[in-house]
Every structure is written in structure tokens, then in C-alpha cells.
Design a binder for this molecule. Structure first.
Ligand SMILES: [Zn+2]
Length: 231
């Protein structure tokens, strides 16, 4: 729409005088908050990652809606929040003396290293239809990496990606804690078989998956009030 001088003159002015003010234009109300500052810092650090709050919530709702066993979805939630017990995380919590990867002994074992980067993990991802971004900065936010990988995947592909992450972590644990080496094709097959078995059972017995023990959920009722103790 063309705005001419006559239209501008018709715009009513405020009767009261207001001083100029500083506004934070990354927030709808113009107010700075730690949350909006954090979101801006993430976008500046990882400009290619879809890091808005909206896409972050989309990631979580996509994750929880997957047709996968709950333990795998909870595993992925922990991985995305950097809560898995990688050697780096254990070292940060002073549980172990050094953060070096116990498998390759060449690098700090961040979660990105354990799930995506060390040799066996890399080979599994190379055989998969998914692209793992190359990254050299080990401090890179694992959430951004996983969210970037999951972005724009169809539900079935996202289910396979999450199942593969779990299978990589499972084979890592088998090797570290039991000294057992799982062949790459076995890890991939394990992820696919878990996926297939769960979805087959879900189609056949949907109520058994909804209530894993087969019991109906009971409505919580408060306990009866305690009687006063007489002294
Ligand atoms: Zn390693």
C-alpha cells in the first residue's frame, strides 16, 4: 500500500508524552529474558540448526509420538539432553579420572562421539540412509546435532534413526562392560528388529502397548485424612 503525506498526517498522535525506551526486538513484548537471550545465542552459534523454541518443541513432540518402546524414547530424551553416562559426563561429575573414550582412546567421549563419531558408530551410520554432520568441535550441543539430523525426516525414518542411536549405545555398553564386540550388521539388524517387533505387536494388541502391564490406568485418589494422635 502506498503511503502518502496526507495519510501520515491522518495518523493520530499520542496526547501524552512518552520517553524513548530500549526494546529487545527478539521478544514479542520487547522485553529481554534469559530464555530469549539463550535462544539468540544458540542461533548465533549454530546458524544452520533449527533452534527456535517452536522447532525445539516440535522435536520433542515428534520424539514422544514415535512408535517405539518407551525405554528407547527415554534413552533418546536423555541423549538429546546430554544426560547419558558418557565418559565425559562421568568425568564432569568426578565419577572417573579422565574423559577419554574407553574404546578408541583417541578422543574425549562426548555423547556425539559415542553415538555418531567413533569408528564403529561411523560405520553403522554410513550403512544407514542418514547423514551425520561432520563436526570437529566436541563441545557442540548434542541437541542441535540430533535435532538437525531429525529435521524433516518422515516419522518412519525418524523411528529408525532413534532405534539406530539406541543400538549404537547398546553395542558401546556391551563392549565396555562385557568386553563383547557386536558386529555392525548385527547392531543395524537389532535396531530394525526392535522397530518391526514393536510395531507388529502394536498393530495386533494396541491396548497391551498402551498399558504395558496389561492393567488399566487407575485414577489417583488422595489417601484418607489421618486421625489426630491423642497425647
Ligand atoms: Zn572413541
Amino acid at each position: 500500500m502506498k503511503v502518502d503525506a496526507a495519510m501520515i498526517l491522518k495518523i493520530p498522535l499520542l496526547k501524552e508524552h512518552l520517553d524513548d525506551d530500549v526494546l529487545w526486538h527478539y521478544d514479542k513484548r520487547g522485553e529481554y529474558s534469559v530464555k530469549s537471550g539463550y535462544q539468540l545465542a544458540l542461533r548465533m552459534k549454530f546458524p544452520n540448526a533449527p533452534s527456535s523454541l517452536e522447532s525445539m518443541s516440535q522435536y520433542w513432540s515428534a520424539l514422544w509420538s514415535l512408535e517405539l518402546p518407551e525405554k528407547i524414547k527415554i534413552f533418546m530424551w536423555r541423549a538429546s539432553n546430554n544426560l547419558l553416562p558418557s565418559t565425559e559426563n562421568m568425568w564432569k561429575r568426578k565419577v572417573i579420572q579422565e574423559p577419554t573414550c574407553q574404546i578408541c582412546r583417541k578422543s574425549i567421549e562426548s555423547i556425539s562421539h559415542a553415538l555418531l563419531e567413533y569408528k564403529a558408530a561411523k560405520s553403522i551410520w554410513l550403512q544407514s540412509p542418514f547423514t551425520v554432520p561432520s563436526f570437529k568441535d566436541h563441545s557442540q550441543d548434542i541437541f542441535s546435532i540430533l535435532q538437525g539430523m531429525a529435521n524433516e525426516l518422515r516419522k518412519a525414518d525418524l523411528e529408525l534413526m532413534v532405534a539406530l542411536c539406541w543400538a549404537v549405545w547398546f553395542s558401546r555398553n556391551k563392549f565396555i562392560f562385557e568386553g563383547k564386540k557386536i558386529a555392525l550388521n548385527i547392531s543395524t539388524a537389532k535396531a530394525k528388529s526392535i522397530l518391526d517387533a514393536f510395531q507388529r505387536v502394536r498393530k495386533t494388541y494396541p491396548s497391551h502397548i498402551a498399558y504395558s502391564s496389561g492393567e488399566k490406568l487407575q485414577k489417583w485418589i488422595p489417601p484418607p485424612p489421618r486421625k489426630c494422635l491423642q497425647s
